[in-house]
Design a protein. Sequence first.
Length: 475
Amino acid sequence: MTASRKKLFVKTFGCQMNVYDSGRMIDALAGEGFESTDSIDEADLVILNTCHIREKAAEKVYSEIGRIRAVKEARAQSGKDTMIGVAGCVAQAEGEEIVRRAPVVDMVVGPQSYHRLPELLAQARDRAVVETEFPVEDKFDHLPAATGTRLRMGGPTAFLTIQEGCDKFCTFCVVPYTRGAEVSRPVGAILEEARHLAGAGVREITLLGQNVNAYHGADRDGGLRTVGLAGLIEALSRIDGIERIRYTTSHPRDMDDDLIAAHRDIPQLMPYLHLPVQSGSDRILAAMNRKHRRDEYIALIERIRAVRPDIAMSGDFIVGFPGETDADFADTMDLVRRVAYAQAYSFKYSPRPGTPAAAMDDQVPEPVMKERLAALQALIDQGQKAFNAAMVGRTIPVLFEKPGRKPGQLVGRSPYLQPVNVDAPESLRGQIVEVRVTSAGPNSLFAERVGGGTQSEGTDSGRTDSGRAAMEAVS
Ligand code: SAH
Ligand code: SF4
Ligand code: F3S
């Protein structure tokens, strides 16, 4: 039976939500007899799950299709068919244009239609299909749950999408167009998925949404009331086996009092917060339509740090937004110094078709953007190094995820999301173990187990052991 299964190769670009979606597409096609493979050469169906956020990301799709065409031709020589699908945000944004530009593509499917993959695939056997409507039904109501096999391969951490789309319309951003309006999944469906994950051995869940803290899902009373992110996290923290909860990406305007309090009151909620600000200049923030000022952002972080002093802050920045002057950029550098981020991402502004900023005057020349990006990245790196160095000598819990850099090592994550390499036996994979940090690199930590420990050491070994048993039990 297994030998005759068709093979599916999915390549994922972009954000964590695409990683999550790729998993759901694999689940949706498992029912059609597809099994996922890491080798494109044996794939009967190749799906590119694409990202449209910056020009470079979008252009990758076409170079990738070129490569797959070569694989398809080579397979055809030995009588094998290969179908090519383009999913994700480029599919949504470009639709028909993809098939025009790359006729080798059989199927284009936007993120809201993944539950229709089986029927679209059947249609695509006759002619190319393009599906970029926003359907009235909710794809999550129709997508099958993940199988135990796929969950086990994912290890002890998992993503769980709770909210999709965005109503904020920052002037630089394509997300409101590619992912549509903000929609929150109901609490009951999320809890059910989380229990399923916990039963398969998952210890840490990262809740995903383009505006995850704008979450307001229908409660289990039939949707009479809605629950915010803090309430959802509280409910998730009661699930046996879920020992760590994270969420991303948040918008500063949706950081309410309950969510701030959750960082004080819910031990499973990890002390790490990705809270993008994009710019430190009030003028640029206004032009970006971010709808808050820099001092409000700084005050917000002070309030969060007041309840959770050790919280590690992360952010996103865009340099060279249209009209950004040296003084505006200096404001961004100043904000980065004041916030002291544990880490952050920074990007050169990329004009995106159809967004208001792309039509603005005063586009910043490439060499200026390049220079600003280098300066900002150097400052962020410096902050990250200092944050990592400050961990040396501390004892912290690490959730071991996979083999580490060297044989005999495992790598896991600290509460602050730093990768930590430790000499540890394979049997500790999936467990949370106390380790002492011995040294720090720019991007990761090195640590040793405390007390020479046995396999049963760790903060919650009883619970993780039962999780492990459950993990074996899932097919
Ligand atoms: N919802 C999140 C961001 C999602 S997009 C938020 O509001 O913060 C991820 C990041 O990509 C953004 O935070 C931004 O820094 C970057 N980005 C988005 N559009 C961009 C563009 N046109 N050019 C450069 N970077 C961009
Ligand atoms: Fe894009 Fe702004 Fe929405 Fe974030 S909040 S996804 S940056 S439009
Ligand atoms: Fe990219 Fe779409 Fe995510 S544009 S960043 S894959 S929401």
